[in-house]
Write a protein that binds this ligand. Structure first.
Ligand code: GAR
Length: 189
């Protein structure tokens, strides 16, 4: 049985989809969810799924050691970033090389990089006049949104889309695919 840690900064709908997928699954379990925001909705969502959560300060994040200790104490095999908006310190990237993945709400390399998250991404897709968007699940490296792509899925962008309506369509794709992609990856570790 493999152990997953989820990092999330906000609503936590992807974190919940993953926790539910692995609630009764012999491949893995979600051991812990971590957030940089003590009042993020992900804490309550994870509570409903029986997953303990922890929040941490900016200093604890940048320093890294306490968080690494927590990951090691929980015997974590895979770190899943699910709407997590902090840059990952090199110490954590090197300790979990090729075992950190992220979901991004566009078809990378389009609309990725520093500052591109959530509604900023959807606004950029609409502003660019793209008629297609989608999701990208990728390995995390020191280059923001630059790691090897594991999976992509597409959806149309409608002429009357707003960032909110596009976000809703993208969330549907994420919930449909992210948990299964995590499971496939765990089977290769
Ligand atoms: C998701 O759409 C995810 O792709 C995006 O944040 C949202 C979090 O939703 N991540 C990024 O933009 C990272 N650059 P959730 O909190 O409901 O899972």
């Amino acid at each position: 049985m493999k152990h997953i840690a989820i990092f999330a900064s906000g609503t936590g709908s992807n974190a919940l989809a993953i926790a539910q997928h692995f609630a009764d699954n012999p491949v893995a379990t979600v051991k812990i969810a971590l957030s940089n925001r003590a009042n993020a909705a992900v804490h309550d969502k994870m509570k409903t799924a029986g997953v303990p959560t922890v929040s941490f300060s900016r200093e604890q994040w940048l320093q890294g050691d306490e968080i690494l200790d927590l990951l090691h104490a929980n015997d974590i095999d895979l770190i899943v970033l699910a709407g997590f908006l902090c840059i990952i310190p090199d110490t954590i990237i090197s300790a979990y090389e090729r075992r950190i993945i992220n979901i991004h709400p566009s078809l990378l390399p389009r609309h990725g990089g520093p500052g591109m998250w959530g509604h900023h991404v959807h606004q950029a897709v609409i502003d660019a006049g793209d008629n297609q968007s989608g999701i990208t699940i990728h390995h995390v490296t020191t280059e923001v949104d630059g790691g090897k792509i594991i999976f992509q899925a597409t959806c149309p962008v409608m002429p009357d889309d707003t960032p909110d309506t596009l976000a809703e369509r993208i969330h549907g794709l994420e919930h449909a695919h992210f948990p299964a992609v995590v499971e496939q990856l765990l089977n290769t570790l």
